[in-house]
Design a binder for this molecule. Structure first.
Ligand SMILES: NC(=O)C1=CN([C@@H]2O[C@H](COP(=O)(O)OP(=O)(O)OC[C@H]3O[C@@H](n4cnc5c(N)ncnc54)[C@H](O)[C@@H]3O)[C@@H](O)[C@H]2O)[C@@H](O)CC1
Ligand SMILES: [K+]
Length: 477
């Protein structure tokens, strides 16, 4: 089962891996024609009702594979307004095919004739809201017709995100859907054919460019909507919390505060005027600070705890108390990691260990990345938290879903890149599920490192990644 928005991610990942969408459309159209053939007899007539998106594009391809039948293609709208290049190319490719094509200008022009089969390709996963014209009139005409109705991907008007099926949507007799079934389709009382369209497994396993589509912002948002992050760190170290905080800002958080001991507060502030520093009295965190930190924490969407904390007994005791009492989402890094296996908490934790830290947590080790992937998944399930295990291939798992990231380069073994990753994860966790926040953070930090390495090679330093982070978050086709 895959929701429409997730399908868009997987499809863009397939393109990033070398299987372009036009190829997928060819497979979808072919699969549609194969199912259509099982629903008609020799010489039957078929009317294809196509919209201007890629759902329509699938049906233009299907028409090519249905030569020999009596096929009419009705396009709802003018050909110039077809929304994507690949759908337009497949419309043009109908020219030499043996079928009639017609552009329907408005709802008064909707005339389906009296076909044996209607292929409903008006709207697929791109539908928003209730049907507009001329789709609404066409859907009513399809529902009035005696023809068998084959819907492409989903019945037009059906919402592939929520599985809701409005009354005015097309009432399908059969659905051919692609790659995996969509939410709600199994509940329809009609046969659903799930067609393999050649999307490689890797498109869902690896975090790729398409995952960046998850980051698209709502244009109506306000300050604070994209996350307020509290970094809890510093004491024996100064740079680490500053790097994590700045990374959270570069990754899109609206406000980032750093809780750190007064001994380093001025220095942390000195690294960046964009950070808000919330000092606690002393040289390092200790149990007496917990109440104050919990008050700060309550005002934030996510915590990042660990960068530069050190591992003194009283600091770890404080960190343990904070993690135990917290009920929100926290990214746990560095010395705080070893606390996690023994902590009982309602908090949602995203742990970002490298393989040495994972071993200290009692986690598995394996040379082969596939073995490591499986072992990390098992360990995440055991912990009940999300793991982002850093390495040549980063493994991200919530115990149920597991992803692998391949961005990054050997120059990134330099100190501080872990703080950048933790801060980036904290920012993304304010608006994404933990598994996606962790996967995207690994991808983005690695890509930022790859951008910087082009200039600095192995001489890259962690702070270089800050400026490259926004570019690393950009989705480009
Ligand atoms: N994502 C994928 O992996 C693949 C997608 N394919 C096909 O592409 C489809 C998705 O294509 P698109 O994203 O272009 O979306 P659609 O083809 O579903 O619809 C997009 C068009 O519908 C219009 N529209 C949206 N809501 C409307 C409403 N309520 N009333 C009237 N018009 C409305 C939009 O303005 C836009 O022009 C899938 O359902 C599937 O059929 C396949 O080609 C193969 C692979
Ligand atoms: K459809």
């Amino acid at each position: 089962m895959i929701a429409g928005s997730e399908m868009a991610v997987v499809d863009a990942n397939a393109a990033a891996l070398g299987v372009p969408r036009k190829q997928l459309m060819e497979s979808s159209g072919n699969a549609t024609a194969r199912v259509a053939r099982t629903l008609v007899d020799e010489g039957d007539s078929i009317t294809i009702v196509a919209g201007r998106g890629n759902n329509g594009g699938d049906a233009f391809v299907a028409a090519r594979f249905l030569e020999g039948f009596d096929v009419d293609v009705l396009l709802l709208g003018r050909a110039e307004t077809i929304g994507t290049e690949i759908a337009r190319e497949n419309w043009a490719a109908l020219e030499p095919a043996d079928c009639r094509r017609e552009e329907i200008r408005d709802s008064s022009g909707v005339d389906l004739g009296d076909p044996d089969l209607i292929v409903d390709a008006m709207l697929g996963t791109g539908v928003t809201g209730s049907l507009r014209e001329p789709e609404a009139t066409a859907a009513a005409a399809i529902n009035d017709s005696d023809a068998t109705v084959l819907s492409v991907d989903v019945p037009s008007g059906f919402n592939a995100e929520s599985g809701t099926y409005p009354d005015d949507a097309v009432q399908a007799d059969h659905v051919v859907t692609f790659h995996e079934t969509k939410p709600g389709l199994p509940d329809l009382d009609v046969p659903v054919t799930v067609a393999d369209i050649g999307i490689p497994e890797a498109a869902s396993e690896f975090v790729e460019r398409g995952d960046l589509l998850r980051l698209s912002r709502d244009p109506d948002s306000h300050k604070g909507d994209h996350g307020e992050v509290l970094v809890i760190g510093g004491g024996p170290y100064v740079g680490a919390p500053a790097l994590a905080g700045q990374a959270a800002l570069r990754a899109g958080a609206d406000l980032v505060r750093v809780a750190c001991p007064t001994a380093v507060a001025h220095e942390v502030q000195g690294y960046s005027e964009d950070l808000i520093v919330r000092p606690v009295e002393g040289r390092e965190f200790e149990p007496g600070h917990v109440g104050q930190v919990m008050e700060f924490a309550a005002e934030h969407d996510t915590l990042v705890i660990g960068p530069g904390l050190g591992d003194s007994e009283s600091t770890l005791e404080a960190a343990e108390a904070i993690l135990t009492a917290f009920t929100g989402t926290a990214v746990v890094d560095a010395d705080a990691l070893e606390l996690v296996p023994d902590i009982e908490t309602e908090a949602t934790l995203i742990c970002t260990p490298h393989q040495g830290e994972l071993a200290k947590m009692g986690g598995p080790s394996a040379e082969d990345w596939r073995e490591r992937r499986d072992a990390v998944e098992e360990f995440a399930a055991e912990l009940g938290h999300t793991l982002l295990v850093k390495g040549n291939r980063d493994i991200v798992s919530d115990g149920d879903r597991t992803r692998v990231n391949r961005t990054g380069n050997p120059g990134m073994t330099v100190g501080g890149t872990g703080d950048i990753l933790a801060g980036t994860t904290g920012a993304l966790a304010a608006r994404q599920e933990p598994i996606h926040a962790a996967g995207l953070a690994a991808y983005v930090a690695g890509r930022a490192g790859d951008i910087v390495a082009e200039q600095h090679g192995d001489g890259l330093i962690a702070s270089d990644l800050l400026e490259a982070t926004p570019a690393a978050m950009q989705y480009d086709e």
